[in-house]
Design a protein around this ligand. Structure first.
Ligand SMILES: [Zn+2]
Ligand SMILES: [Zn+2]
Ligand SMILES: [Zn+2]
Ligand SMILES: [Zn+2]
Length: 445
């Protein structure tokens, strides 16, 4: 394949780069050794900068058990409560108005497997951390989007490489990246080749599903055979949303890919920020507003009906037969309601008649993004509390005296009230209802 170094947007990693557009310059929080070298001139500067978060490659090693603070009594209760309060505040900031979202998602995870992933600025290496976060991402993604499918493409040695086929089964996807030796980083990445490969694996998809590409990119260069802007235009035309999580610095072409296709762009500053950026992409994206050019009638696009089938589950003890997906002899499985073909797993498309086969719990779970549980309001004082003595969810008895000091957004009496059914819940149930159950046990909303 003819290759030339196109689109070289490399930035010397020693130069001053604005990371994520948030911070500029360098010289924050030197490691001990460097501090000693420059102690005479930079002592005061280093001290004043010490409180700011460091670039990950400049920070000294932090032990995770040092970041947890105990209160005076030696308990971790305060730290846990702070963490919960942060979650509550974030939930209150979420938009309350209903948003149209895509629940049938198709995502291609594009992993950079070039030599730059061997950098140790993220510990243990960018590559190992990426694999670890990718696994956590996939598990969480399928939990939130049970009707979605993920495919995996790697980019190394100048080409795109299909690592895992598009699949709706989390185990299949996890298996594809389970063996790190098969993914050993080599050579240079090629954004264009791998985006083209990802694009081709989504070309057959129906219009009601979303097409997304998520790139985890550790390099500052790309090595492309043609003009990558043509690929970008093709992505825009086929409504593919490209998001990039960069591990090094911002590259113009990456930013452009995201801006023009409606995706998100972020540069990870450290390990925690990397994970945040990745996990922000788990909730389904809101459907983009139609452009004015489409005309006045296009403000509310017609919702297409689509055919789905609920399969019959075969008991484990049924006589073995061949499945249509793998041609394997097995006794358990599901029958397509239209053509009675046997498939191994749902959700899937029937290999024979192309009907989308889903189980009803999967469909119901996908709904919670469309109708989120309203945030509970914190009951501020004993006078405001209702007469109920225990939590409406788990029946744990509420404390009878108000706590002296609580962080913002938390209830001093440990009660959180549903705005609809006025039921009061403890803080554990509040988190559980909003993050796991997605349905208020008091009113079923
Ligand atoms: Zn099968
Ligand atoms: Zn069928
Ligand atoms: Zn409770
Ligand atoms: Zn309720």
């Amino acid at each position: 394949m003819p290759r030339r170094d196109g689109e070289y947007m490399g930035v010397d990693s020693d130069s001053d780069i604005s990371v994520g557009g948030e911070r500029k310059g360098k010289g924050k929080d030197k490691t001990d050794k460097r501090k000693k070298d420059k102690a005479k001139t930079k002592a005061t500067e280093a001290e004043s900068d010490h409180l700011q978060a460091a670039y990950t490659w400049e920070a000294s090693y932090t032990r995770s058990w040092d970041t947890v603070r105990e209160d005076e009594a030696g308990s971790l209760q305060g730290a846990v409560e702070d963490w919960m309060a942060r979650g509550r505040r974030r939930r209150l900031l979420a938009p309350a108005a209903p948003v149209r979202r895509t629940i049938i998602r198709h995502l291609v995870l594009l992993l950079d497997l070039s030599t730059s992933m061997l950098d140790r600025d993220m510990r243990p290496t960018r590559f190992d951390l990426t694999l670890q976060y990718a696994r956590e991402f996939i598990v969480e993604w399928f939990d939130q989007n049970p009707l979605g499918q993920i495919g995996i493409v790697g980019m190394r040695a100048g080409i795109g490489e299909r690592v895992g086929e598009m699949s709706g089964n989390p185990q299949d996807v996890l298996k594809a990246i389970a063996d790190r030796h098969k993914l050993e980083p080599t050579g240079e990445p090629s954004l264009q080749n791998s985006i083209e490969l990802a694009k081709s694996s989504m070309s057959h998809l129906p219009t009601h599903s979303s097409r997304e590409i998520l790139i985890i990119f550790g390099s500052l260069t790309t090595c492309d055979p043609h003009n990558i802007h043509e690929t970008l235009d093709a992505c825009v035309a086929t409504k593919i949303r490209v998001s990039v999580v960069a591990l090094a610095a911002e590259m113009k072409i990456c930013r452009e890919l995201c801006d023009k296709t409606g995706g998100q762009f972020g540069v990870a500053m450290n390990e925690g920020h990397f994970k945040d950026l990745l996990f922000e992409l788990i909730p389904p994206p809101a459907q983009r507003a139609l452009s004015r050019a489409a005309g006045a009638g296009a403000t509310n696009p017609a919702a297409d009906l689509m055919m789905m089938g609920f399969p019959t589950r075969l008991p484990d003890a049924s006589p073995p037969s061949l499945c249509v997906c793998h041609s394997q002899l097995r006794s358990d499985g599901f029958l397509c309601p239209r053509c009675l073909a046997k498939v191994c797993d749902v959700p899937t498309d029937c290999n024979i008649c192309d009907l989308m086969i889903v189980s009803s719990p999967h469909l119901a779970r996908s709904y919670h993004h469309l109708f989120p549980v309203k945030p509970y309001s914190a009951v501020l004082s004993m006078a405001d509390a209702s007469t109920s003595s225990g939590c409406h969810g788990c029946a744990r008895v509420f404390p009878l005296v108000a706590l002296a000091a609580v962080s913002e957004g938390m209830s001093a009496v440990g009660r959180y009230r549903c705005p609809d059914c006025r039921g009061e819940f403890c803080s554990d149930c509040d988190v559980f209802v909003h993050d796991v159950v997605h349905c208020c046990p008091g009113c079923g909303q």
